[in-house]
Design a protein around this ligand. Sequence first.
Ligand code: NAP
Length: 252
Amino acid sequence: MPTTQPVVLITGASRGIGEAIAHALATIGGYTLALSARSTEALNTLKQTLQAEHPSLTVEVFPCDVALPQSPQALIEAVFKGLGRVDVLINNAGVGGKVGLITEMPDAHLHAMVDLNLKAPMLLSKYALQAMLNQPKLAGRGMGTIININSIAGKTAFPFWAVYDATKAGLKAFADALSEEQRTNGVRVIGIYPGACDTAIWETLDLAADDTPDKTGFLRPAQVAEAVVFALTQPAGTLVSDITLMPTAPAV
Ligand SMILES: NC(=O)c1ccc[n+]([C@@H]2O[C@H](COP(=O)([O-])OP(=O)(O)OC[C@H]3O[C@@H](n4cnc5c(N)ncnc54)[C@H](OP(=O)(O)O)[C@@H]3O)[C@@H](O)[C@H]2O)c1
């Protein structure tokens, strides 16, 4: 059903940082949420939880594997068709994949990381921007916002994480250029650069047993979500371009 509220599309919304962002935006209110990830079941569970906690919230799910070449365009079109607009794109879906020397990394892992962490947010940005720039402007709002959940790895190269580092540094370069290109259009492009955060991503990494991190000092997903809310809710004329968010405790 079309909405007059800003529509926020969150990728990777089914758990971790994406799920925390969905909770944070539902709590402050005033946004319609479009939740995406591959797992329909997890998205529907989150939708039910959010609606139970926030009865006036409009939230829809858009299951999608954004790493597939045609998916980003299809996802933006589905959100536009279902909710009538796309005002905020939060590129959050990402994978840590295999950690180790490039000489030992299967090519498939390299391709999977580049497809999800770099190509998908670039294509989603392209198609979201086309929607943002051509839809009627909402009163008192800017033309749109793109928020990339990047990583401290986008700014600092960590040994054994070369491919992950490259995807995140590539995303930073893309977003920095896009931000300058879109200033005159009133579209804000924001980078969030968290350090280690306590999510299931660490269970998907191919770490040696003695490298398994102690997550005690890690950031919590809600802390990253708070940074997203801060950046997003600035007045339309204010661009918080970059937030680097590290745990105060030594993490990894
Ligand atoms: N956790 C950290 O320490 C940390 C630190 C800095 C930056 N980050 C970044 O934060 C972002 C979120 O990470 P997280 O820690 O919250 O990870 P997570 O808990 O593993 O969640 C990843 C999310 O992405 C979705 N996803 C995975 N592959 C997908 C695909 N092909 N298409 C669509 N959705 C997909 C997952 O849902 P489905 O499996 O259902 O698709 C899930 O919702 C990532 O970009 C990551 O690089 C994380």
